[in-house]
Write a protein that binds this ligand. Sequence first.
Ligand code: MN
Length: 241
Amino acid sequence: MAQPLIGVTCASREPPAAGGAIQDVLGRTYTRAVQLAGASPVVLPNLEAPDRDPLLARLDGLLLSGGLDVDPASFGEGPLNETVEVDGARDRTELPLIRAALARGLPILGICRGIQSLNVAMGGTLYQDLPAQLPGPVAHRQAAPRSAPTHAIAIEPGSRLAAITGGRSLRVNSFHHQAVWTLAPGLTVTARADDGVIEAAEGTGEGFVLAVQFHPEDLVDCCEACRGLFAAFVDACGNRG
Ligand code: MN
C-alpha cells in the first residue's frame, strides 16, 4: 500500500544575500517526524493560488509547521507592539489552504504556529505578545534545547489527545511568542499549561483536526506520546473514507 502523502507548510524568508530570491524554509525535524511515522512528507511552497483543490486532492493530510507570528490583521487587529514579527506571504498562502483542507475533510495536524493559524483560519483570535498580555510564571519561550521538555500540560480526559498520549499530563517544550486567545467555533480546548495558556485544541467534528502549541517533532526521540501523535495523524491520513 502506498504511504500517505502529507503536505507540510513552511516559512518564507527574505533573500539571504542582496539580489537573491525570497526563500521557502522548513526545519527538517518536521519532515523527519512524518517519515518516521511511516508517511511521505512533501513541502508546500508559499505560492498563492486561485484554487487550492488541485493540490489538496493529491494530499492525504496537512501538517501546519511552526514559524513567525500570524499577522493580527487576519483577526481584525493592528500590531500590539514591536515584538510582533509576521510572515505575510505565509499567511496569504496558509490561511486559505487551511480553510480549503477543512472543507475537504483532510486530516490536519497543527504545531506551534499551526495551532494559531488553524484557530485564526476558523475565526479565533490570538494573544499577539504572550509575555505582555498574559504575564505568568510559565516560561513559554524556553532557553533550554529544543529536545528538552520544560513545562507541563494538563490534558482533557476523553479528548483525542488523551487517547493518543494515554495520560492526563505531559511534559513539553515551549517556543512560542503568541497563543490562542478566543477559540474558534468548531474547536475545543484539550490541553492547558499551569497558567491557563491553551496548549492543544481539536476539531469538534469526526475528522482528525488536532493542534498543539508545543513541538512534538523535536521530541520524537525521547517522548513516546510525541511519536504517538505523529502515528495517529499518519494513521488518520491513511484511513480516509
Ligand atoms: Mn508553552
